[in-house]
Design a protein around this ligand. Structure first.
Ligand SMILES: [Zn+2]
Ligand SMILES: [Zn+2]
Length: 289
C-alpha cells in the first residue's frame, strides 16, 4: 500500500516539475515586463532537452516483444532492436539461470528474455541498456544514450534559474527595501530573503512581505545550485571515466559519445533527441551474439 503510494507520487513528480517551471516562467516574464531573447533561448533549451530525454528513453528498445519470438527446436529467434539496428539472435527456450556471464537472462517483470547488460526500471516498466538512474523530476530513465541531454538540461535549468533569480531578486530588493535599515548588513539582507523569516513576518505582523516570491526565490536558488553542480559533475564524470553505467564498465567518453554525432552543437539544439545520433547507439555487444 505504502509502496503503491510512493510509486504514484513518483509518477506525478514530472507534472509538478512542469507546473513549477511554468510558474517560474510566468512570474519572471510578469515581473520583467518584457520577453528577453536570452530567457526564451534558455527555456526552449530546457523543454527541448526534456523532450529529448523522454524520446530517447521511450524509443530505446532492447528486448523483443513476444510476437517476435519464433520457437525452433530447443531455441527461438529473438529480434533485438535499438533505435537504429535490429539483429536476430537465438536464445534457448529453457529459462536460463541469471548470472553475470549469461548473454541472455529472463526479466521476471518484463516477462521476457532480454540480453545483458540491461537493468530493469520499475517506473518506466522496461529493461534498459547502460542505465544510469531514473530521474523522478523528469519522469524518464537516464541512459548512456541520453546522458548528453541530461547534462544540458541540468546546465540550462541552472542558467534559466539564475536569470529568474536576478529578475525576482531585484524586484524583491526594491519592494522589501523599507524593511532594511540604511545600515543593514549582508546577514539582515539574507534574513529578509529567506522564506521562514518572510512567513513569520507575514503571520506575526501581517506585513506585506512577498511571501510567495521569497519562497520562489529560495527554491530557484536551490534548483540553480543543485542543477549546476550535478550537470558539471556528470559532464566531468563522463570525460574522466567516473561515469559508470550498469554493469559498471570503466570508460572515458569523448564529446561525440556524450552528446551524439553533433557534439557540442547540441548546446544550441538537442539534435541527439530530435534526429538519430547513430554513434550513441553503437551496440558492440550485438556483434558477440
Ligand atoms: Zn525488465
Ligand atoms: Zn526509468
Amino acid at each position: 500500500m505504502q509502496n503503491k503510494f510512493i510509486l504514484t507520487v513518483i509518477r506525478f513528480c514530472p507534472v509538478f516539475s512542469l507546473i513549477f517551471s511554468f510558474f517560474v516562467v510566468a512570474s519572471t516574464l510578469t515581473i520583467s515586463e518584457e520577453i528577453s531573447p536570452i530567457f526564451v533561448f534558455l527555456c526552449a533549451q530546457v523543454y527541448a532537452n526534456w523532450f529529448s530525454i523522454h524520446r530517447i528513453s521511450r524509443t530505446t528498445i532492447v528486448i523483443a516483444s513476444n510476437s517476435n519470438l519464433s520457437a525452433q527446436g530447443d531455441s527461438f529467434a529473438v529480434q533485438v532492436q535499438t533505435d537504429d539496428s535490429s539483429t536476430i539472435c537465438r536464445v534457448p527456450t529453457i529459462k536460463p539461470p541469471i548470472n553475470k556471464n549469461d548473454k541472455f537472462w529472463y526479466c521476471e517483470k518484463c516477462i521476457q528474455y532480454t540480453s545483458r547488460p540491461t537493468r530493469h526500471c520499475v517506473h518506466c516498466k522496461k529493461c534498459f541498456h547502460y542505465r544510469d538512474h531514473h530521474c523522478f523530476l523528469l519522469g524518464g530513465c537516464i541512459l548512456r544514450q541520453n546522458m548528453g541531454s541530461f547534462i544540458l538540461i541540468c546546465l540550462y535549468t541552472s542558467f534559466a534559474s539564475i536569470y529568474s533569480l536576478i529578475i525576482i531578486g531585484s524586484y524583491l530588493y526594491d519592494h522589501l527595501d523599507h524593511f532594511f535599515g540604511a545600515n543593514s548588513g549582508a546577514f539582515q539582507l539574507i534574513l529578509h530573503f529567506s522564506f521562514p523569516f518572510a512567513l513569520a513576518r507575514f503571520l506575526l505582523y501581517g506585513q506585506e512581505s512577498c511571501v510567495v516570491l521569497v519562497m520562489l526565490f529560495d527554491l530557484l536558488f536551490a534548483v540553480s545550485s543543485i542543477c549546476l553542480i550535478f550537470g558539471l559533475w556528470k559532464f566531468h564524470a563522463c570525460l574522466t571515466g567516473r561515469q559508470r553505467y550498469y554493469p559498471h564498465s570503466i570508460k572515458k567518453y569523448n564529446i561525440i559519445e556524450i552528446f551524439g554525432s553533433y557534439g557540442l552543437w547540441n548546446f544550441l539544439f538537442p539534435f541527439n533527441g530530435f534526429f538519430r545520433a547513430k554513434k550513441l547507439h553503437e551496440t558492440g555487444i550485438w556483434k558477440e551474439m
